[in-house]
Design a protein around this ligand. Structure first.
Ligand code: CP
Ligand code: NVA
Length: 334
């Protein structure tokens, strides 16, 4: 069956996704708890299917633009492999090689991509770029990391926590360090899944107020609690999950020296701090890591670290996100 016939059969076409409940995937805030749970379940299903090399769930004939303004290893490769295994085609674009770099507008760029592709997945310096893309096109826009959020990472992370801890509700997750893009989406993800969240960061590196508002909305449904403190010991006390990330995110390089002074040594996850968490607590980091800065080698490479489970799950999570947003192209909808 051709793509056109497939589109017709499903009663939609590439330009008609406006009006869908969730066109985009920009922060995690778009989702309700039940939808987040469905996404995790689907990611689990993709994980099992891949082990048996069963690629039944497909969105054939779809082309996905993967646009990068910043470097990436995990996100780029996991998305490209995910699209391939879903039966689609990934068009990997570096913004430096595009007419964007010569001043073509964001809107014209997005509209052009939407003529050929069924979704735009972009890693951008400014979250506003994603908003501009989203407003310019009807196809889904997926945040592959912006200065404010990293939602795809958090689907993989919470999938990993659920695999290890089984039941998410009531777990305590402690974020230590920079209240950055990954932290902002983590807070929302924790609230969506019923986990209690404690964030410890210096005052001038707190999470985004909008993320806290979104998380509190979800928490009203799931019963999660959210604490923001400057005290890492308070945050990590009896935690089931301890998470950190770089102190110097992409785009923050000019502030590197000041940031290291702001965070070190107080917010480093080391044996002394980690020992205050539960004895079976897991350590998480989205990677890339800077051993000796935000975390010591003993912790990130130690027995409680689940960083490689997290990294692997990026692939299964990307598939779940793509499949959900493009389900009208699926050949095996359940
Ligand atoms: N965690 C993550 O997003 O890694 P990359 O920057 O390598 O994509
Ligand atoms: N906070 C980091 C995450 C990298 C995956 C950054 O934005 O650089």
């Amino acid at each position: 069956m051709t793509q056109l016939e497939l589109d017709k059969e499903k009663g939609r076409n590439m330009q008609s996704s406006k009006g869908k409940e969730h066109k985009d995937f920009l922060s995690l805030g778009e989702l309700q708890p039940v939808e987040f749970q469905a996404l995790l379940d689907l990611a689990d299903k993709f994980k099992v299917e891949r082990k048996s090399r069963n690629f039944d769930h497909q969105i054939p004939g779809t082309s996905i633009a993967l646009l990068f303004e910043k470097p990436s290893t995990r996100t780029r490769v996991s998305f490209e492999v995910a699209v391939f295994e879903l039966g689609g085609h990934a068009v990997v674009l570096n913004s430096r090689d595009m007419q964007l770099s010569r001043g073509e507008t964001l809107e014209d760029t997005a509209r052009t991509l939407s003529q050929y592709c069924h979704a735009i997945c972009a890693r951008v310096f400014s979250h506003n770029t994603l908003i501009a893309f989203s407003q310019a096109v009807d196809i889904p826009v997926i945040n592959a990391l912006s200065d404010l959020y990293h939602p795809c990472q958090i689907v993989a992370d919470i999938q990993a926590i659920r695999e290890v801890k089984k039941n998410l509700k009531g777990l305590k997750a402690a974020w230590i360090g920079d209240g950055n893009n990954v932290c902002n989406s983590f807070i929302i993800g924790a609230s969506l899944s019923g986990m209690n969240m404690a964030v410890a960061c210096p005052k001038n590196h707190s999470p985004l107020p909008e993320a806290l508002v979104l998380a509190k909305q979800k928490a009203q449904i799931t019963g999660s609690s959210i604490l923001v403190t400057e005290d890492p010991n308070e945050a990590v006390k009896s935690a089931d999950v301890v998470v950190t990330d770089t102190f110097v995110s992409m785009g923050d390089e000019a502030e590197k020296e000041q940031r290291l002074r702001d965070f070190m040594p107080k917010y480093q996850v080391n044996e002394s701090l980690f020992s205050k968490a539960k004895s079976n607590a897991v350590f998480m980091h989205c990677l890339p890591a800077h051993r000796g800065e935000e975390v010591t080698k003993e912790i990130i490479d130690g027995p409680n670290s689940i960083i490689w489970r997290e990294a692997e799950n990026r692939l299964h999570a990307q598939k779940a996100i793509l499949y959900t947003l493009l389900s009208h192209y699926a050949i095996n909808v359940e």
